[in-house]
Design a protein around this ligand. Structure first.
Ligand code: EPZ
Length: 434
């Protein structure tokens, strides 16, 4: 039960390096469970969601050794079950990738329903419908008893799968199952996020036959074995990078963010330039600052699947809009409800009105320090950005939720001149773990 204490009002200045992508490594860890030999994963972020996923893989018998803080040696040949129904499964959403991985490895997968941030309904109907098309039994809602999904496919065969919405999780899960299914699987209207490409690249480096990842249509030709015996380095985290770009901007600072892929940042870089910030790109870094005479104007954002503006930067972008002049709108088109954090920003003086999936933002001069709660991972990151700008001391409760996806955030912000620390006390009486 700990909080972050942030004494804000200081411009961030200097350089930081981005860690490996949370949403890529969670898919890659599940994919590694399908291999017929060991592998080495590099640039693994040191965050709590990874620790949960590693523990989950160990509960099914995989041998995972930490070679160093950022490198894992994974041996899935010791896997001894296709059942994962312990409490750790419900801690994160990505646990459901084990459905695809275990179906591919064992032809069976028994899994407790996943957890994840509370954005309203988070169905997995696309996943189950696709597995059904691939020959799996147990995919109907009535088959789920006591919250346990029990899938069996004998055999698991290729299928043509169409997604109504370009779902990240369903795209990755079907890619996993199809990698060792009999025949060819086509995914139409696939999601194209960078982390999907990373999972496909990992699998292909281990012997899979996946074509088209990163486009609307992915073709997977099933293979009988995945020898493994390779090393793979996880891509940099697009959302962590975007969060620091926004933190630099709102504090009136000048920060260069290293070890990122500028193309992945384009949806945010373009919008920040539109607002009046200076965003300079190099091969693997981006510098963010504001020219002295630049006016920061409000604008409208619309979240969408990649290459649209990422929903995981939506809360942080609203913090940008709160400090821009004029009226702005944030349209959240991916999740049913993703504005729970607005009430916390209003405690800090933000002028925001939410109507269903739209937040209307009217610019203010500055945030005010306050005691607030991280309602989820990215909401917490947004509150950090606001507290860094607010002159004075703010406290952010439920800070463990932020550590789910931000490696060494205190150290990274401190290196940029921020006055932040972790305090081992809840901000509010009912403060608890993530
Ligand atoms: C992934 O969640 C990410 N999580 C989320 O990031 C991210 O917000 C989301 O993709 C969108 O980019 C991980 O990668 C671990 P979806 P996922 O399936 O896969 C609907 C973070 O902060 N849908 O792309 O669960 C769904 O309700 C987290 O890192 C169905 O209707 O997202 C939503 O409206 C938060 N049925 C839309 O599709 C399904 O079977 C997109 O969901 C699946 C999804």
């Amino acid at each position: 039960m700990y909080s972050y204490r942030i004494n804000g009002g200081k411009p961030l200045r200097g350089d930081i390096t981005i860690s490996g992508s949370k949403n890529a490594v969670l898919g890659v860890l599940a994919a590694s469970m399908m291999l017929d030999g060991p592998c080495i994963l590099e640039n693994v972020p040191d965050i709590s969601d990874v620790k949960v996923m590693v523990e989950l893989c160990r509960t099914i018998g995989a041998t995972i050794e930490e070679i160093d803080k950022y490198t894992l040696r994974i041996d899935p040949t010791t896997i001894n079950t296709y059942t994962a129904t312990g409490p750790e499964v419900s801690k994160i959403r990505a646990s459901y990738y084990l459905l695809g991985a275990l179906l591919a490895r064992c032809g069976k997968a028994y899994l407790r329903m996943p957890g994840g941030c509370n954005f309203g309904q988070r169905p997995i109907d696309y996943h189950l419908k696709a597995f059904k098309a691939m020959g799996a039994k147990g995919t109907n809602a009535r088959d789920i008893e006591n919250g346990i999904i029990k899938l069996e496919a004998n055999p698991l065969h290729g299928a043509r799968v169409f997604f109504d919405i370009a779902s990240v999780g369903a795209t990755i899960n079907v890619m996993l199952a199809a990698t060792k299914a009999q025949g060819v699987t086509m995914i139409i209207n696939a999601a194209k996020e960078p982390h999907i490409v990373d999972v496909a690249n990992f699998l292909n480096s281990m012997g899979a036959k996946i074509k088209g990842a990163g486009t609307d249509t992915i073709r997977i030709t099933g293979v009988p074995t995945l020898p493994g015996n390779f090393s793979y380095s996880i891509i940099p985290d697009q959302i962590e990078a975007g969060t620091y770009m926004i933190a630099a901007a709102v504090t009136g600072g000048d920060v260069t963010i290293h070890n990122l892929i500028p193309t992945h940042m384009e949806p945010l870089s373009a919008k920040m330039r539109e607002m009046g910030y200076t965003v300079e790109e190099d091969d693997e870094s981006i510098r963010v600052y504001k020219e002295p005479d630049a006016e920061i104007e409000g604008t409208n954002f619309k979240t969408a699947p990649y290459p649209g503006f990422p929903t995981d930067l939506q809360p942080q972008a609203v913090v940008l809009l709160c400090l821009a002049s004029g009226m702005s709108k944030m349209h959240e088109n991916v999740w049913e409800t993703r504005f729970q954090y607005v009430a916390e920003l209003q405690k800090m003086g933000a002028n925001i009105n939410c109507i269903e999936r739209v937040a209307l933002v009217s610019g203010v001069d500055s945030f005010k320090p306050a005691c607030v709660t991280a309602t989820d991972l990215r909401a917490g990151a947004a509150l950090v950005c606001a507290a860094l700008e607010a002159p004075g001391v703010s406290y952010i409760g439920y800070a463990s939720r932020i550590d789910r996806g931000y490696e060494n955030i205190i150290e990274k912000l401190t290196s940029l001149g921020a006055d932040v620390e972790r305090v081992e006390k809840p901000v509010f009486d009912n403060d608890g773990e993530a």
